[in-house]
Design a protein around this ligand. Structure first.
Ligand SMILES: [Fe+2]
Ligand SMILES: [Fe+2]
Length: 304
């Protein structure tokens, strides 16, 4: 199945490649295989599967949903916007991220740099001309350094997992939604209506998302004046916003630009999810290509 999606910003048409529509393995253009099972032999994002991580993942989301309040997010954004923690390049950060394990992810059991490069290389095969998309894939998870001591050593629930807006009602499509009952915002009439503190079609840029590696990496790119296009920044910022890109929730808060960018996010997301598999990457071989992209889109030394 091939779907054509308009993408006026770049003046080209985005041709979506081979959408996975069954549980069977699919071959993407360029020979990239979409596996039907993850490292643990379960379907991807199957939070009910009997897996050794299942219980840990549920406890993770319980803590996350109780603590991600409007006030908490506001505080975190103010603190991390200062960019006063570390100075390092994108590639240095990729190497640093190898020390991090993402407990919220039921699919991933490999070094993060492999995941980053698997995702980037899979997209590169299918969209060879969109170099900004290759780099977006490489950097999309770098915000996970928030787990490390020099970045504040935040707990997992404040770094990884699905994200969602705060300041308005928590949508029922959010994973383990029942635990929001214990979030104080659920009982605050200013925050618990459909629009909450926002207005219809105000644009996601005006909406505060639960705090984590997505919004942090977006802030890093923005504050350091990255030249990535708007769709790249959108992907970085909302790639864990599953209620939006999988369930179609919160569309009432989006504006036209968000709608356009969402098309790219949906393309990206398939690769983010399905490249978490046993495809090995020769890091040294692909490194020069990604260094050239870093030079192009993040020309200055980065402040984190
Ligand atoms: Fe991520
Ligand atoms: Fe990812």
């Amino acid at each position: 199945m091939t779907i054509l999606v308009d993408q006026p910003q770049f003046g080209i048409e985005v041709e979506e490649k081979k959408v996975p529509n069954s549980e069977k393995d699919l071959i993407l253009d360029g020979g990239f295989v979409l596996p039907h099972a993850n490292t643990f032999g379960h379907n991807f994002r199957d939070y009910d599967a009997e897996s050794e991580r299942q219980e840990g993942v549920e406890i993770f989301y319980k803590t996350n949903h109780i603590n991600q309040s409007y006030d908490f997010v506001k505080k975190m954004r103010e603190e991390y916007k200062k960019m006063d923690k570390v100075e390092m390049s994108i590639w240095e950060c990729c190497e640093l991220l190898n020390e991090v394990v993402d407990e919220s992810d039921p699919d991933l059991d490999e070094p993060q740099i492999e995941h980053l490069l698997q995702t980037a290389e899979a997209i590169r095969k299918d969209y060879p001309d969109e170099d900004w998309l290759h780099l977006t894939a490489l950097v999309h998870d770098l915000g996970k350094v928030l787990l490390l001591p020099s970045f504040g050593e935040l707990p997992q629930w404040a770094v990884v997992g699905d994200t969602y807006p705060v300041g308005c009602a928590f949508d029922e499509s959010i994973v383990h939604h029942k635990y929001f009952k214990e979030n104080s915002d659920s009982h605050n009439p200013a925050y618990n209506t459909k629009c909450g503190v926002y207005e219809e079609e105000c644009g996601l840029d005006n909406v505060m998302m639960s705090w984590g590696h997505d919004d942090y990496m977006y802030l890093v790119a923005k504050e350091n004046k990255s030249t990535l296009p708007s769709a790249g920044l959108f992907i970085i910022r909302y790639h864990s916003f599953y209620a939006l890109h999988r369930s179609g929730a919160y569309k009432h808060l989006m504006n036209e630009e968000d709608m356009e960018n969402l098309k790219w996010l949906q393309i990206f997301n398939k690769y983010d999810l399905y490249s978490k598999s046993k495809v090995r990457i020769d890091v040294e071989k692909v490194k020069p290509y990604y260094l050239s992209l870093i030079q192009k889109y993040f020309p200055a030394k980065l402040r984190w």
